[in-house]
Design a protein around this ligand. Structure first.
Ligand code: ASP
Length: 324
């Protein structure tokens, strides 16, 4: 049987606390992924291999960890004895990592992210069931010949490019924006065969893992439009840049359908005149920002501002590549 490789990066799924009665008091990223697997007896008979890529609270996610993760994925997915990969992650930046991995993945094997809202020491920890489901989804997808990046959380399978955290505390903390899950494991049981998936899986036509080889990503920041948004922060960001680390892009989390305060817009025009790329997303939870004729700045579609930031980083990296 081909193996499923589990890559650990930390998060609440690997978190521990000293008082199970107050499970919200805990420290993330304490248990290694081998210990997480040992807590899931249903996986005992599975052909698994695991590796700890990082051990962080995902609120502290950074380029170097993404590079290590991309390298580990590249290696594991290239092996003929590997069916697919599961990544254990924190919930806070899962939507950014999922979007990034989907943008990079160019192979034909499944990559499944999972996480938990409660630490491993909580009496009602959600990590073990999520990990079990993630391994089973990776296995089922591999059998169906499906690749692409998904997230398995709370009994649902979400496309990696759409998944997002929508609740700060609830166990059912994720959705796909306007996008429905690929499968609801709670309703359907395990997907078995192509007809078990309610929608097509994401494609595997990403940019390739080597895109992460650059040491420093272009600097892209996220700012918000709001009452009194007078552009002060944009001017400050531009003034703070150095020739070694210039501001290269700004994602504006706009009001409503990507609208921007007139004073902030004036500052953004000044930034643009200095070579800063500006993209518009929204601070509103649903609906996204669709392109319209006459738009001054590109619209980020359904992406959250944090996902849009990753997208602009990749777009700028693409631009600075020497012609092939
Ligand atoms: N702060 C944690 C993290 O993102 C939260 C979690 O995993 O639920 O690593």
């Amino acid at each position: 049987m081909r193996k499923v490789v589990i890559l650990g990066t930390g998060g609440t799924i690997a978190g521990t606390g000293s008082d199970p009665a107050r499970s919200w008091h805990y420290v993330a990223a304490q248990r290694d992924v081998g210990e997480l697997l040992a807590a899931v007896p249903e996986l005992a008979a599975e052909a698994l291999e695991w590796m700890q890529v990082a051990q962080i609270d995902s609120k502290d996610m950074r380029w170097a960890v993404w590079q290590a993760l991309a390298a580990a994925l590249d290696q594991a997915l290239a092996r003929t004895d590997v069916a697919g990969v599961v990544v254990t992650h924190g919930t806070d930046t899962l939507e950014e990592t999922a979007w990034l991995l989907q943008a990079l993945h160019d192979g034909r094997k499944p990559v499944v992210l999972t996480a938990a809202m409660r630490p491993a020491t909580a009496p009602d920890a959600d990590g073990p069931a999520n990990l079990r489901d993630a391994v089973r989804v990776a296995r089922a997808a591999a059998e169906d010949g499906l690749g692409g990046v998904v997230a398995v959380l709370g009994g649902r399978v979400w496309p990696g490019a759409a998944v997002r955290k929508v609740h700060t505390l609830a166990v059912d903390a994720f959705n796909g924006g306007e996008v429905a899950p690929l499968a609801d494991l709670r309703e359907n049981g395990m997907p078995c065969g192509a007809e078990g998936w309610s929608r097509p899986w994401p494609p595997c036509d990403g940019m390739g893992w080597s895109r992460m080889s650059v040491a420093e990503p272009p600097r892209v920041e996220v700012i918000t439009s709001h009452a009194d948004a007078d552009g002060w922060v944009v001017d400050a960001l531009c003034a703070h840049g150095t020739p070694q680390s210039p501001l290269r892009g700004l994602i504006v989390a706009g009001t409503g359908h990507g609208t921007v305060h007139e004073a902030l817009e004036a500052a953004l025009r000044r930034a643009e005149a200095q070579g800063v790329a500006v993209w518009r997303s929204t601070r509103v939870a649903k609906g996204g920002v669709m392109a319209r004729e006459g738009d001054r700045w590109p619209a980020c579609g359904p992406l959250t501002p944090a996902q849009a930031r990753v997208a602009l980083v990749l777009a700028l990296l693409q631009k600075q590549r020497p012609a092939e």
